[in-house]
Design a protein around this ligand. Structure first.
Ligand SMILES: *Cc1c(COP(=O)(O)O)cnc(C)c1O
Length: 458
């Protein structure tokens, strides 16, 4: 089959996630056929550096035979069995042990799911169940953040703060509130990052008092916002947030779906920021994306209550702890440990990327270049004004398309370019990523310089 054949069938029958179906149908999708290391290959033979590790998940890179063999062996031995009705199997048990060993001290248990969204549905159930068992069933409210991302199921999108999703999802799950995000470049540049970070934490306290401290059960946040635009909070933010939560006895949920498994140079983002969360939803890098699996890491406080006082917890999925997915996840974690992947991100690759990435800040189109571990962002600005471009120009999307043309996957969130490459990327490949990003910036700048302002085109 040719690219055109695939595109025609795709248009005829396939509704893609997060996609304008009609627009894609007119343009035609890019067909990815194979991958190796940090590169993906499309049906036209283009070799493209995957600067997003798929969707922030292919941490060990493509083509790892050990993961293929782990799946194959488990499919032969026991392809599927469930964890309901007092049964389990070796892969689920071993993966649970390994996760608790890698997680912060106070984490004692894991509840498995099939995805990050299901993990956050589980969080919602657990938080409300926990407070009911503690004799405080009115502690129903959960506070999330604007522009936070916690998945696309009804609970996931309700906990998240993506306006576009709320606009289409009908009434969200009740008793979820949102506060402002600690996005200094986007919303706080009139003050110092530290003052802005404290102001965002103060917004949490204000919301708790507005809802009534006796009514708030948990605060949910990503250690670093991923889908929202690779937003690292100011250093003052997390310590101030932790103090507020402790003051009012509110649970902390750190959504580790992206930050977990080495992305920020520690096994969990919560370790980098010293968060000690009560619950940690995980997915994505857990299996390097080779098979779908997620879960919730549960701290002793919540786990002990659910176990000792809860009776049956009426919640779970057919594929909770799926043996083949669990076997691949376990092998993935073992390989990461054996190869020192996380330490390498912290001590070598992260600092090297930070040095090369920061050079892009000198580009006239770039207002800020930031990175932490192997996650980074470029804020695009109009060189003429130093401010954002008019949204109608679609500068971010243009740049994203030019990235593809120069053989690099980066993603755009508005006019923020983001990247999150596999954790096994080499120095030479980081150099390639940065020079391709620079080419795309040049092409974007040249195109925008030739584009009439939106008023003139209208
Ligand atoms: C991707 C993501 C999710 C949702 O995970 P899915 O596996 O797509 O359901 C939840 N939280 C965060 C922080 C994510 O990045």
């Amino acid at each position: 089959m040719t690219t055109r054949d695939y595109q025609a069938l795709d248009r005829a029958h396939h509704l893609h996630p997060f996609t304008d179906f009609k627009a894609l149908g007119e343009e035609g999708s890019r067909i990815i056929e194979r991958a190796e290391g940090v590169y993906i290959y499309d049906s036209e033979g283009n070799r493209i550096l995957d600067g997003m590790a798929g969707l922030w998940c292919v941490n060990l890179g493509y083509g790892r035979q050990e993961l293929v063999e782990a799946a194959s062996a488990q499919l032969t031995q026991l392809p599927y069995y469930n964890n309901f009705f007092k049964t389990t199997h070796p892969p689920a048990v071993k993966l649970a042990e390994k996760l608790v060993q890698l997680a912060p001290e106070h984490i004692s248990h894991v509840f498995f799911t099939g995805s990050g969204s299901e993990a956050n549905d589980t969080v919602l159930r657990m938080v409300r169940r926990y407070w009911a068992l503690k004799g405080q069933p009115q502690k129903q409210w959960i506070i999330g953040r604007e522009n936070g991302y916690h998945g696309s199921t009804l609970a996931g999108m309700s906990l998240g703060g993506m306006d576009a999703m709320h606009g289409q999802g009908g009434p969200c799950v009740p008793n979820i509130a949102h506060i402002r995000q600690p996005y200094w470049f986007g919303e706080g540049r009139d003050q110092s990052p530290e003052a802005f970070g404290r102001e965002c934490a103060a917004a949490l306290e204000a919301k708790i008092l507005e809802l009534g401290e006796e009514n708030v059960g948990a605060f949910i946040a990503e250690p670093v916002q991923g889908a929202g635009g690779a937003i690292m909070p100011p250093e003052s933010y997390w310590p101030a947030v932790k103090a507020v939560l402790a003051k009012y006895d509110i649970l902390l949920v750190a959504d580790e779906v992206i930050c977990g498994f080495g992305r920020l140079g520690e096994w969990f983002g919560s370790v980098h920021y010293d968060l000690k969360p009560d619950l940690m939803p995980i997915a994505k890098g857990l299996s390097s994306g080779y098979l779908p699996i997620g879960g919730v890491l549960v701290g002793e406080r919540v786990a002990n209550t659910l176990i000792e006082e809860g009776g049956e917890f009426f919640h779970g999925f057919t594929y909770s702890g799926h043996p083949t997915c669990a076997a691949v996840a376990l092998k993935n974690l073992e390989l990461m440990e054996a190869e020192g992947v996380v330490e390498r991100v912290r001590d070598d690759l992260g600092p090297y990327l930070a040095k090369r990435w920061s050079e892009l800040a000198e580009h006239p189109l770039v207002g800020q270049a930031r990175s932490l571990g192997l996650m980074g962002a470029l804020e695009l600005i109009d060189p003429a004004t130093g401010e954002r471009f008019d949204k109608a120009l679609g500068a971010g999307n243009l740049c994203r398309d030019f990235c593809f043309d120069s053989g690099l996957v980066m993603r755009s969130v508005g006019d923020t370019m983001i990247m999150s490459p596999p954790l096994v990327i080499s120095h030479a490949e980081i150099d390639e990523l940065v020079s391709k990003a620079r080419l795309a910036l040049d092409a974007t700048a040249a195109r925008l310089a030739r584009t009439p302002q939106p008023e003139e085109t209208a």
